[in-house]
Design a protein around this ligand. Structure first.
Ligand code: C2E
Ligand code: MG
Ligand code: MG
Ligand code: MG
Length: 285
């Protein structure tokens, strides 16, 4: 790994998890087969409210447990899906499995909001809001139990089409979140005009602020602006108690990260939620 790669990685651009520079992409035909066979599975990572330490929901993060390859992570197939017109099918598969899982948890007395990652591509498709809603209605799922996350960096490139779709989704009562905030270049007017209820500060942004004063000021003013716009502020990538305390000091509302839990299979979520108060005692001595 050369110096430039490390530099870019610090800005969240190139280096992905485990130090792999770019993942080997899954061949399209294999991805098609995996989607058709419904082999893709969302895992779920808890989101915690900082003030009350309550579990407020989970984010669905798709994985492909492949018989040949082992566990394949989204970096290896989301770009393939986006470039080959498969992302819509993938999104609906994730929504389907997440809605089923939510109903399954509900039977165990656990009611959890699920955040779904939506590709920018869907925000150019005028039929998307209607299709999501009718899909959920058919399965008797309430949109207020879902949140949609859209990545900032691509969002801000072009606003006209996406704004219309976002407004439609908002009217359908989905809550909307800007993902990976800090990696793109949204300006204040854009933030004000887009119908988001939440921003998720990107991990690289949050962790950069630990080391770098300028990054810290930038982070502080972003939080400030988001608060003034009445948005919920979630911090991604909280890995340590120090991270937690730092984002708490900054005024973040919620936390997500390995410090609390890695993404888990849906079947493990009820036991995890039950064990969370006990886990808290060890995390916050
Ligand atoms: P994201 O939406 O920003 O999700 C957060 C990523 O950070 C996840 O990686 C999560 O496992 C990882 N993460 C969570 N906490 C920590 C932490 O404390 N430290 C570190 N180092 N990492 C942490 P994952 O699951 O590999 O997903 C990567 C990206 O793939 C997601 O980033 C999202 O943009 C995309 N993605 C995942 N699932 C879907 C999906 O169903 N549809 C679409 N369109 N994109 C998806
Ligand atoms: Mg996300
Ligand atoms: Mg994110
Ligand atoms: Mg991120």
């Amino acid at each position: 790994v050369d110096e430039l790669t490390v530099l870019l990685a610090k800005r969240g651009k190139v280096l992905r998890k485990n130090g792999h520079v770019t993942p080997d992409l899954v061949p399209v035909d294999e991805l098609v087969a995996a989607i058709e066979a419904e082999e893709l599975e969302p895992w779920y990572q808890p989101k915690i409210d900082i003030a009350s330490k309550r579990v407020v929901g989970v984010e669905a993060l798709v994985r492909w447990p492949s018989k040949e390859k082992g566990m394949v992570f989204p970096d290896a197939f989301i770009p393939v899906a986006e470039e080959n017109g498969l992302i819509d099918a993938l999104t609906f598969l994730v929504i389907k499995k997440a809605a089923d899982m939510q109903a399954h948890w509900q039977k165990q007395g656990l009611s959890l909001k699920i955040a779904i990652n939506v590709s920018m591509d869907s925000l150019y498709d005028l039929t998307f809001p209607e299709r999501v809603v009718s899909y959920l209605e058919k399965h008797r799922v309430d949109p207020t139990g879902f949140q949609l996350e859209v990545t900032e960096s691509r969002l801000m490139d072009d606003l006209v089409g996406p704004l219309d779709i976002l407004l439609r989704l908002r009217l359908k009562r989905f809550s909307l979140s800007i993902d990976d905030f800090g990696t793109g270049h949204s300006n204040l007017t854009q933030l004000r005009d887009l119908p988001f209820d939440e921003i998720k500060l990107d991990r690289s942004f949050v962790q950069g602020a630990a080391e770098d004063e300028r990054a810290k000021s930038l982070l502080e003013s972003s939080v400030d602006i988001a608060k003034k716009l009445d948005m919920e502020i979630v911090s991604e990538g909280v890995e340590t108690l120090e991270d937690w305390q730092r984002v708490e000091m900054l005024g973040c509302d919620q936390v997500q990260g390995y410090f609390v839990s890695r993404p888990l299979p849906g079947d493990d979520i009820p036991a995890w939620v039950e064990g969370w108060p006990k886990l808290c005692e060890t995390l916050f001595p």
